[in-house]
Write a protein that binds this ligand. Structure first.
Ligand SMILES: NC(=O)c1ccc[n+]([C@@H]2O[C@H](COP(=O)([O-])OP(=O)(O)OC[C@H]3O[C@@H](n4cnc5c(N)ncnc54)[C@H](OP(=O)(O)O)[C@@H]3O)[C@@H](O)[C@H]2O)c1
Length: 428
């Protein structure tokens, strides 16, 4: 194993506690031979022979005694070089590295296919939730039309607490960091990048295509305010950071952004660090997976599942015959990812304007000029010539038209602050 951090520690615990069960399931003992770390001197509370810890990760991927390499160090390099080296040495690989697979998955999948080894990456998408297995085998006989869900526990924890406590984003983020729910650098989680990594991996797997990560639309939760959350509540909606991969005419949608969804939707009741994913198939209809999407134990469980699966194939024959991406590489092409500007949503818009006569008419006029019709309008507070919040919801509108209208408003003296725009998905 390369890495002995949060996930690696969970794997060590699991292998220490499950030795007998793993032996029974595989029919052979599966031994954690060596672990590579950055700093050998670091104190670790898990029980593991210190003499089997090394700072030379390449000594693991080239060790002829090792059959399976578990990569849980994270990042792009040297993780990529280590994985490719392991594959070139005929070793099977299990990884939790969503960043690497989203950015450079095609290189890994191609090496795995030509090297005739197995690749397990269940832990790379939503921790313990068996979404990779669901797509790769459970629904392999069906056609998946959409995968949508909450796939970042940190973001969901922050939004859930903002919703229940009415406190601002920064206050909850600080608290989440002190409680260990958010990392000291939370950018990937709160800016939607981590969710986008998972969307790219799921879309590539489910739709048999390669996905250019740069074309995944990404918007995080940093600009959501308690006001937006309480307005959503008044409309019978709740704000969630949704990750969506969907088939559409001429390509696919791959996007991550906050969305207002009906309070009655099951995703609206998924709170805290939990993740939930719905899979909509042609025949199997809507199926839902819910569980802890990260953390030491849940992620270790997903890794151990992959290791046992591969070990069973080694023990019984047949290891190295599973295409990592459901269909072989030569049949997979890059599919066009639809631009968000070409999509249509209903919108929640919060304007900060000066409270003077005629402002509402000007807002409505600017939107109307682009063919955007208003569904409802609420003004909060009344203090002449002071900034006030005006909230509008729109009927369905093309995102490009709305952006043009908002761009034009930016150049006027009507808006005193950037407009908050949140997509409404009533049929989420
Ligand atoms: N944490 C989660 O809940 C979670 C969930 C799903 C997926 N993942 C993914 O799992 C992977 C690991 O995450 P983590 O949270 O366990 O990270 P982490 O706590 O930061 O641990 C990283 C480990 O890698 C080791 N390492 C770093 N650079 C190394 C190098 N050059 N050579 C050898 N070892 C090196 C570190 O060694 P030292 O201990 O000596 O510093 C540490 O043990 C990432 O890809 C992450 O995205 C994490």
């Amino acid at each position: 194993m390369i890495g002995f951090g949060a996930v690696g520690s969970g794997v060590v615990n699991l292998f220490n506690n499950m030795t007998r069960e793993i032996f029974e399931r595989v029919g052979l003992s599966v031994e954690l031979v060596k672990i590579a770390v950055r700093n050998k001197g670091k104190k670790r509370s898990q029980i593991f022979d210190k003499n089997k810890i090394t700072e030379d990760a390449f000594s693991i991927v080239t060790d002829p005694e090792i059959d399976i390499v578990v990569e849980v160090m994270g990042g792009e390099e040297p993780a990529m070089a280590l994985i490719l080296k392991a594959i070139s040495q005929g070793k099977h690989v299990v990884t939790a590295n969503k960043h690497l697979l989203a950015m450079r998955g095609e290189e890994v999948y191609s090496a795995v296919e030509s090297g005739e080894v197995e690749l397990g990456f269940e832990a790379a998408v939503a921790g313990a939730i068996p979404i990779v297995r669901a797509i790769r085998s459970a629904f392999a006989g069906d056609r998946i039309d959409m995968i949508q869900g909450i796939v970042n526990g940190t973001g969901n924890y922050i939004l859930s607490r903002m919703t229940s406590e009415g406190k601002p984003f920064n206050e909850i983020l600080k608290d989440a960091q002190s409680l260990g729910y958010a990392e000291s650098d939370p950018a990937f989680d709160i800016e939607g990048i981590d969710s986008a990594h998972k969307v790219a991996i799921m879309a590539a797997l489910a739709f048999g295509t390669s996905v250019n990560f740069g074309s995944v639309f990404i918007e995080g939760i940093t600009s959501i305010t308690p006001d937006d959350i309480s307005m959503a509540r008044e409309f019978g909606l709740k704000i969630k950071l949704l990750a969506t991969a969907k088939r559409c005419e001429g390509g696919i949608e791959a996007r991550v952004h906050p969305a207002m969804i009906p309070q009655s939707h099951f995703l609206a009741s998924v709170n805290g660090a939990y993740n939930a994913i719905e899979i909509i198939c042609d025949n199997a209809a809507k199926n839902v997976l819910i569980g802890p999407g990260a953390g030491s134990g849940p992620t270790a469980s997903a890794i151990a599942g992959d290791v046992i699966d591969i070990a069973c194939k080694i023990a019984r024959g047949g290891a190295g015959k599973t295409p990592p991406m459901l269909i072989p590489l030569e049949l997979r092409n890059e599919t066009k990812v639809k631009a968000i500007s070409d999509m249509v949503f209903e919108y929640y818009l919060r304007f900060t304007v000066s409270d003077r006569p005629g402002i509402l008419a000007k807002l409505a006029g600017a939107l109307g000029e682009k063919g955007i019709s208003i569904a409802s309008m609420i003004q909060r507070g009344r203090q002449e010539n002071e900034p006030v919040s005006v909230v509008l919801t729109t009927h369905s509108a093309a995102e490009a038209d709305l952006d043009m209208a908002l761009e034009q408003l930016k150049d006027t003296d009507i808006c005193l602050a950037p407009v908050t725009k949140i997509r409404i998905q009533k049929d989420a």
